[in-house]
Design a protein around this ligand. Structure first.
Ligand code: C5P
Length: 404
């Protein structure tokens, strides 16, 4: 399996919070993805989890004592700070945050961070009152001013029994922020608008017209753009998915709501990717009461929704904005794609064969054909996550971004 973490060197600083046990799972996940993981533990962290746990999962010795590390001739704090791809402090206690904010270098972790020449990410995890205390708020502000990336904690029930902000987020969230720091930022400076998912067109209070789009492809495109350094806004119809970390999500239900949201946001975008499966028609009348099954047949009148992409094709400033469409086709993939590229005045179209088992609705894999004004490229059958990166590779490699 392709992994963006393979061959990367991540140093994780574990401090004394009960959430330290969760980070054992992170080390295990990174090691499985063939990252090189070095763990530095504070003295308090070792009261919660034994260094042997991290050593067994990373396959490497755990660093805890600055002077022992120097004596053994192993990599010093300066070496760790210089050679890693990034430093991640997780969980970061109020105490360690305060030490970092004031430049203390009283153990191996703080000394390493003070010497760091690589990105530093900090995941605060503590009791909600400690997190909201003005001292912690001020210290986190100082860390941000120093250029450290502070990852906001989750809200919920804590080990101490209180509820609120301060829980360590899950690895599937944190990993996206880490990847953004260690991957090539080839979309840095881009403001990207992605639409995803189906729309729902109400018929009566209980029923609606919709389609089988799961939103997976659009969400993968938005997440990949964030990891590659872009500012991303995702306008999404109803899906069962969590918005990708770091992405601003605007939820909508109907095609008309999606139209309004796109028109209100497209101007600031440098790239617009319309992966949503917008309903072509809506019910002319939306009944206030539930329709009874009194008769043996039912006529439903529909009216056309605006074609948002087509309208963007005419109003978009193509010299400044890249317009990317999607098309779900069941035959003549390439010809249909070429036709839509021209009719809708797009820069690039990604065509799906919805009859193939390898691509289309709800599945986790896809196989798309990319058609731009100069070339047609058939991407390999792979996961939607990988397809998203291949789409961005195509855009970057063929210099389709405007201003190139
Ligand atoms: O014409 P067709 O529906 O096949 O085109 C699909 C593309 O057009 C997708 O990018 C989809 O997001 C967009 N679309 C739209 N508004 C519609 C219908 C489709 O933006 N009403």
């Amino acid at each position: 399996m392709f992994s963006s973490f393979a061959g990367k060197h991540i140093v994780i600083g574990v401090t004394g919070s009960i959430a330290a046990f969760k980070v054992a799972g992170w080390v295990s996940a990174l090691a499985k993805e063939e990252a090189l993981v070095d763990v530095i533990m504070t003295a308090a962290a070792q009261k919660f989890v034994a260094p042997l746990t991290f050593a067994s999962l990373s396959g490497r010795r755990v660093f805890d004592d600055m002077f022992a590390a120097e004596q053994e001739g192993t990599m010093s704090h300066i070496g760790l700070a210089r050679e890693a791809d990034c430093l991640l402090v997780a969980p970061a206690t109020a105490q360690t945050i305060a030490r970092l904010a004031h430049g203390l270098a009283d153990d191996l972790l703080t000394t390493t961070i003070l010497a760091a020449q690589v990105p530093v990410l900090v995941c605060p995890a503590m009791n909600v009152k400690m997190y909201e205390h003005p001292a912690t708020v001020k210290n986190l502000k100082i860390l941000k001013e120093y250029g450290y990336h502070v990852i906001e904690p989750d809200s919920g029930l804590m080990a101490c029994g209180e509820e609120g902000l301060g829980r360590l987020p899950e690895w599937d969230q944190v990993s996206q922020f880490v990847l953004r720091e260690i991957l090539d930022k080839d979309l840095a400076g881009q403001s990207i608008l992605v639409t995803a998912g189906p729309t729902r067109e109400a018929y009566d209070p209980a029923r609606y017209l919709s389609n089988r789009s799961s939103g997976k492809m659009g969400y993968a495109i938005a997440g990949a753009a964030f990891r590659r350094g872009a500012e991303v806004t995702l306008i999404s119809g109803p899906t069962a998915l969590e918005p990708p970390p770091g992405v601003t999500c605007i939820p909508v239900t109907t095609a008309l709501q999606m139209y309004e949201a796109v028109m209100g946001n497209y101007q600031k975008a440098s790239v617009i990717v319309k992966a949503a499966a917008v309903a072509d028609f809506r019910c002319t009348e939306q009944h206030r009461e539930k329709i009874k099954k009194d008769s043996s047949s039912l006529m439903m009148e529909l009216e056309a929704n605006p074609d948002i992409l087509k309208e963007l094709g005419t109003i978009c400033e193509h010299e400044r904005q890249l317009l990317v469409g999607f098309a779900a086709e069941s035959s003549n993939i390439e010809q249909e794609g070429q036709k839509k590229l021209k009719n809708k005045n797009l820069d690039l179209i990604a065509v799906n064969d919805i009859l193939s088992d390898a691509s289309g609705f709800a599945v986790d894999t896809n196989q798309i054909t990319l058609i731009d004004r100069n070339r047609t490229v058939i991407l390999p059958h792979t996961s939607k996550l990988r397809t998203a990166d291949l789409l961005w590779n195509h855009i970057v490699d063929h210099k389709l971004l405007k201003g190139n």
